[in-house]
Design a protein around this ligand. Structure first.
Ligand SMILES: Cc1cc2nc3c(=O)[nH]c(=O)nc-3n(C[C@H](O)[C@H](O)[C@H](O)COP(=O)(O)OP(=O)(O)OC[C@H]3O[C@@H](n4cnc5c(N)ncnc54)[C@H](O)[C@@H]3O)c2cc1C
Length: 306
């Protein structure tokens, strides 16, 4: 088993990192470290013993340029069986993107590593635990509190640092245009109309939803489900742990109406929901108007009318 841990620079002397390393070394696994540094890579670094390789990429501000960082990291971690990230909201989308490059599904909220490629993960807001038996290449995000049990302090060993560099993916030029295209959308908290998308909006309808938002000069907000899945940054999240909005009209598409999402939309003047489930809370409790229908059917027709 060949594992690599991706951690921020500030984590390298903290207990959770050592906790994960101890678990992996007990299997035994070969463990390497890839550090997301705030500054340029040093030539050498002092760390706990047992790492096979220590790599460094200047990428401390992971959320600044996530697609390029994920593409860069992917080339360095592709040779490993297991890629681990200590959990942190801005690193979740990174895990999702790396997993997408590797054609695997990320496993999040891991609370214990029980055997090679077997783990426990927290589900249902911590009310239940799921036992996962994985195969193939894996990307896992780990709950840091679960790995605080490491024995510290440990002797330090000096490692030579392998310097990794960014692979910059330049946007493809668009035929026939010489000016870059910039989409301007009103900020969510100031928009008069907000178009909201949830898990019910499939990948094929996203460009339609964006086009509808642009036609209406509306803000575009999403549920946490889509942020956690790595499709959007938390800048777009509406709700208890996201933005509180107060538009004249909130158009909720494929959104169930979980209480945490509703916490961010209660100041909307009129809530319009599109959902195919009559039992969805957004339909039963919160919407002023609703359409019981499939968003894949409704959204193209709505766009055509605008
Ligand atoms: C501590 C905490 C904080 C949280 N904070 C937030 C927050 O700030 N914001 C937030 O949004 N969430 C938050 N959540 C998550 C929240 O509990 C829900 O999980 C999330 O809002 C659900 O997102 P969703 O509606 O997109 O997905 P789901 O609940 O999966 O709902 C999808 C909906 O789409 C409908 N649908 C599916 N396919 C179609 C289709 N083809 N056509 C029409 N309808 C369709 C389904 O009927 C369903 O109602 C938080 C959770 C916790 C525990």
């Amino acid at each position: 088993m060949n594992a690599v841990m991706i951690v921020r620079e500030e984590e390298i002397q903290r207990t959770p990192l050592r906790g994960v390393q101890e678990t992996l070394l007990a299997w035994p696994a070969r463990v390497s470290l890839l550090i997301l540094g705030d500054k340029d890579a040093p030539d050498e670094i002092d760390l706990s013993p047992g790492f096979e390789r220590v790599m460094w990429i200047k990428g401390g501000q992971a959320s600044e340029d996530m697609p390029n960082l994920a593409a860069s990291l992917h080339q360095y971690v592709a040779g490993f069986d297991l890629i681990l990230l200590l959990e942190e909201r801005s690193l979740r989308p990174l895990a999702a993107r790396i997993a997408a490059h590797l054609h695997c599904t990320p496993v999040t909220d891991v609370t214990a590593i029980t055997a090679p490629l077997q783990c426990l993960r927290s589900i249902c807001s911590g009310q239940a635990e799921q036992r996962v038996k994985a195969s193939g290449k894996q990307v896992w995000t780990l709950r840091r509190q679960a790995f605080e049990q490491a024995v510290c302090p440990v002797p330090q060993v000096t490692y030579a640092v392998e310097k990794c560099c960014w692979k910059i993916i330049l946007p493809q030029p668009i035929a026939g245009t010489s000016q870059p295209i910039t989409l301007t959308r009103p900020p969510l908290t100031q928009a008069k109309i907000v178009v909201g998308g949830g898990r019910g909006v499939g990948a094929r309808q996203w460009n339609i939803l964006e086009a509808i938002a642009d036609k209406l000069d509306a803000g575009l907000g999403v549920t946490r489900a889509l942020v956690d899945a790595g499709y959007f940054t938390e800048q777009a999240q509406v709700g208890q742990t996201g933005k509180q909005i107060a538009p004249q009209i909130y158009l909720a598409c494929g959104i169930s109406g979980a209480i945490q999402h509703v916490a961010g939309i209660t100041n909307s003047k009129v809530i319009v929901a599109i959902n195919h489930d009559p039992e969805a809370p957004i339909i039963k409790r919160y919407a002023d108007y609703y359409l019981l229908s499939d968003v894949a059917d409704v959204l193209p027709r709505l766009l055509a009318q605008l």
